[in-house]
Design a binder for this molecule. Structure first.
Ligand code: P1T
Length: 388
């Protein structure tokens, strides 16, 4: 199928994929070969070695690029590998201005891994674009943000921040893992790159770890492809196939994730044991107005502050029977987790405190089970928390 002019739900199913020219197979073949025959030394059509390129990976890269409205896609073996590939394009002495609320593993790459190579990173609440402008330094070579952010679901104004970064000559990368292109397309708002952990909603079935960078900047894409083949953090052909397969239902899945999250948020808002609910769909959310403008829906992730601190939160999480207490998100099954102990343990305690990642904070990834079963499960958790 030609990708141009089709709507997102159609692109999820067809983009980057053609019936196999040999047998007409409708599903993209999993090409497991590590190497490809050459007609003569150095003479081949598309592929020579699977680290450099692989047909199943090409199909995935094409599909993801089309969904994000990008010209180029570069797939990696994890979201963290995608992040690292972008940073490997910078030089010692360069500065990265980063949103303050990001996945703990992303923070660790900036703060621990890349620091060893002389990269500077500073973290800030990007809610006020004027402050972002003031924080840009002459050596700022990348602006990085998540919106909605992990785990506090902060919303940042992509268009305003992209404008500041672009005028300062710095590319801006938006981690779109929480929203997915079904709900938000950062490149349309001026971002240079979109980053994904395909592990999450894009694959959607909690059985793959993967990542990707999507961009329309040809020079940047070339650099990323060079890093991809040189450093080698590539996804397996099987995993690429799995993500392609998961993507086919992304459109319908996201609609239900959002619908069920809205129902649960309403219940959480009424619950006396809940001190605060963080969800961009709430009119009381600080970023609600921006989210309504830049997103098609507030997503399927919810965080909330449970009264009673760690004891209550532990009892809550231990008692759940439908929600699984586990890291990760975006799968068909609902997950619940404790960011301070689990996904964001790599943040220093004082940073966690400033962000509001406290002992009572619980993050939910709302899955596709019957929403009343999910609501009943949360009630079970609240009863256990009350007894704790
Ligand atoms: O796990 P990996 O595929 O390497 O992706 C890293 C990553 C990047 N960006 C965001 C916004 C993420 O949430 C993640 C991974 N996050 C979890 C595992 C989690 O439970 O939050």
């Amino acid at each position: 199928m030609k990708d141009e002019g089709h709507r997102l739900e159609t692109l999820c199913i067809h983009a980057g994929q053609q019936p196999d020219p040999i047998h007409g197979a409708v599903m993209t073949p999993i090409v497991l070969a590590s190497t490809f025959a050459q007609k003569s030394p150095g003479k081949y059509d598309d592929y020579d070695y699977s680290r450099a390129g692989n047909p199943t990976r090409t199909a995935l890269e094409g599909c993801l690029a089309a969904l994000e409205g990008a010209k180029h896609g570069v797939a990696f073996g994890s979201g963290c590998a995608a992040t690292t590939a972008i940073l490997l394009g910078l030089k010692s002495g360069d500065h990265v201005l980063c949103g303050d609320d990001v996945y703990g593993g992303t923070f660790r790459i900036f703060d621990k891994v890349m620091k060893q190579w002389g990269l500077e990173a500073s973290f800030m609440d990007m809610s006020d674009p004027a402050k972002v402008k003031a924080a840009m330094r002459p050596n700022t070579k990348l602006v990085w943000l998540e919106t909605p952010s992990n785990p506090m679901l902060k919303i940042f104004d992509i268009a305003a921040i992209a404008d500041i970064a672009t005028k300062a000559g710095a590319p801006i990368a938006v981690d779109n893992t929480f929203a997915t292109p079904m709900l938000q397309r950062p490149l349309d708002l001026g971002a240079t790159m979109v980053v994904h952990s395909t592990t999450k909603y894009l694959n959607g079935h909690s059985d793959v770890v993967g990542g990707a960078v999507l961009t329309s900047d040809a020079a940047l894409a070339e650099k990323l492809h060079f890093i991809q083949k040189s450093v080698g953090g590539v996804p397996s052909p099987f995993d690429c196939y799995m993500v392609l397969r998961g993507l086919k239902t992304l459109g319908v899945r996201m609609k239900q994730h959002v619908a069920s999250a809205r129902v649960l948020v309403e219940r959480l808002e009424k619950n006396k044991q809940v001190e605060r609910v963080f969800y961009p769909g709430l009119t009381s959310h600080k970023g609600h107005e921006i989210a309504s403008r830049q997103m098609k829906g507030p997503g399927g992730m919810i965080s909330f502050e449970l009264a009673g601190g760690l004891k209550a939160a532990t009892a809550f999480l231990e008692s759940l029977r439908v929600f699984v207490c586990a890291e990760s998100l975006g799968g068909v099954e609902s997950l619940a987790e404790h960011p301070a102990i689990m996904t964001h343990a790599s943040l220093p305690a004082d940073v966690r405190r400033t962000l509001g990642i406290g002992d009572g904070l619980i993050r939910l990834s709302v899955g596709l089970e019957d929403v009343e079963d999910l609501a009943d499960d949360l009630d079970r958790g609240f009863q256990a928390a009350a007894r704790a």
